[in-house]
Design a protein around this ligand. Structure first.
Ligand SMILES: [Cu+2]
Length: 461
């Protein structure tokens, strides 16, 4: 979603909550109006226009769903109405709400049955780039997701305009054979080649950027000299992405919404559930530049277009044009330095878990036949993941932010961290300050459905 304030259409503010809709260059279906005292999200069957072809899917009125934008310290109040033929819930990915608002059916709340509703209401004290999505079965694999931005009370970064880009793999209503040339892959999971970065292996005929296929790309307007903030989010079920912009570099300012010292790179790699905020200097004199999105470890291609205003005569890049920057320098977790490290107590952690990720098991167990991981309030908890499988796993902890342990001692604060395949090890620490049962899981939704989930359970010390 764009952009500068003046570009916001359909802005409604009720009780500190803004609903921003209809901002794309091309008209989209409007979201439902906010209900009294907040926003209403109606999960319902809908049709999505994919480059002129209407396909059936499920969504919140548009894909991605309406942007939710509020300020740190606001109370978010969202009424979910379920117009689907099955149960649903909404999870607020990256936020740390009270347990009952986390949206995990059977763990934090009863599922919302068809025709019923549920009101999510909680304070959002921490600024950042987040996402919301359904958390029942494979519903997220359809269009049931959207961006959620919490702005700081005082913005420290300076930039001229802002866009949010949600990257997704798509198969709803699309015949794989129709798009064989664009990246169809076998339905079965083939073991990836040893040197390959692979996050999944299912068939996804399309990659969408903000709900749009390469043939009908989102256009990001800039003026020469602008500094542009991009919030790039991977909401895919089964696909890790490489992201780059032809002719432009990316200055990383935030990972998973949390600030880091600026690092300038050529490209990003995003596991499912990960987000990066970057600043881009529009230093070219004009033209239209490819924003390229490539699937890691499989065929698949998506794109948007960065166009300099006044360059209307310039031909947009052809759909398949691949920015050379995709092969350039990526940021590593080790070089990212948190600007706001967690207030972890000094000394050794109070509790340590060492978990092997093998196949789609965590510590040799498959949920729901898996032991909870006990923690007690106030503890500093350390979790190490050793990945012996051939897939890269983006591991997500609900309800908390954690700090990735890196040689600098000031690793990035995140909520989703990718553990490389074939011996990759990642350790993070978190402070147990949010009582309840919390999901800790792989954000490959097929792996999650296969049981790659454990519960972090608060117990008495
Ligand atoms: Cu996984």
């Amino acid at each position: 979603m764009p952009a500068t304030r003046r570009q916001f259409l359909g802005l409604t503010t009720v009780a500190g909550l803004s609903l921003l809709a209809g901002c794309s260059a091309k008209a989209r279906p409007a979201a439902g109006p906010p209900s009294a005292g907040g926003l209403r999200l109606t999960a319902a069957p809908m049709r999505l226009d994919l480059a002129g072809r209407e396909i059936p899917t499920w969504g919140y009125g548009m894909v991605p769903g309406p942007e939710i934008r509020l300020k740190a310290g606001d109370v978010m109040r969202v009424r979910l109405e379920n117009a689907l033929p099955e149960d649903t819930t909404v999870h607020w990915h990256g936020l740390a709400p009270p347990n009952g608002m986390d949206g995990v059916p059977g763990v934090t709340q009863d599922p919302v049955t068809p025709g019923d509703g549920f009101t999510y209401e909680f304070e959002t004290p921490i600024a950042g780039s987040f996402m919301y999505h359904a958390h029942v079965g494979m519903q997220l694999d359809r269009g049931l997701y959207g961006p959620l931005v919490v702005e700081p009370r005082t913005e420290e970064l300076s930039y001229d305009r802002e866009y949010t880009l949600m990257l997704d793999d798509w198969r709803d209503g699309v015949d794989a054979a129709d798009h064989a040339g664009h990246g169809a892959t076998p339905e079965t999971e083939e073991p990836p080649a040893a040197e390959e970065v692979s996050f999944g292996g299912r068939a996804y005929p399309l990659l969408l950027v903000d709900g749009r296929p390469p043939e009908d790309p989102r256009v990001l307007e800039v003026r020469p000299g602008d500094r542009v903030r991009l919030r790039v989010m991977n909401v895919a079920a089964d696909t890790g992405f490489r992201f780059a912009i032809a002719g432009h570099r990316l200055t990383v300012t935030h990972t998973d919404g949390m600030p880091v010292e600026s690092v300038t790179v050529d490209a990003l790699r995003l596991g499912m559930g990960e987000r990066y905020d970057v600043l881009v200097d529009a230093a070219q004199s004009g033209g239209a530049w490819q924003v390229g999105v490539q699937a890691e470890g499989r065929r698949g291609w998506g794109r948007a277009v960065l166009r300099y205003t006044g360059s209307e005569a310039t031909t947009a890049p052809v759909a398949a044009e691949r920015p050379a920057e995709l092969d350039g320098r990526l940021p590593s977790y080790d070089e990212l330095l948190s600007r706001e490290p967690l207030a972890l107590p000094a000394g050794e952690p109070d509790r340590v878990y060492d978990l092997v990720l093998s196949g789609t098991q965590i510590g040799g167990q498959s949920y729901p036949d898996a032991d909870p991981l006990p923690v007690a309030e106030g503890e500093r908890v350390r979790l190490t993941m050793r990945n012996t499988s051939a897939k890269w796993h983006p591991m997500h902890l609900h309800g908390h932010h954690f700090q990735v342990l890196t040689p600098s001692g000031r690793g990035p604060v995140k909520d989703t961290v990718t553990v490389p395949a074939r011996g990759g090890v990642v350790t993070f620490d978190f402070l147990a300050t949010n009582p309840g049962d919390w999901l800790f899981h792989c954000h490959n939704h097929h792996h999650m459905e296969d049981g790659m989930v454990r519960l972090v359970r608060y117990v008495d010390a």
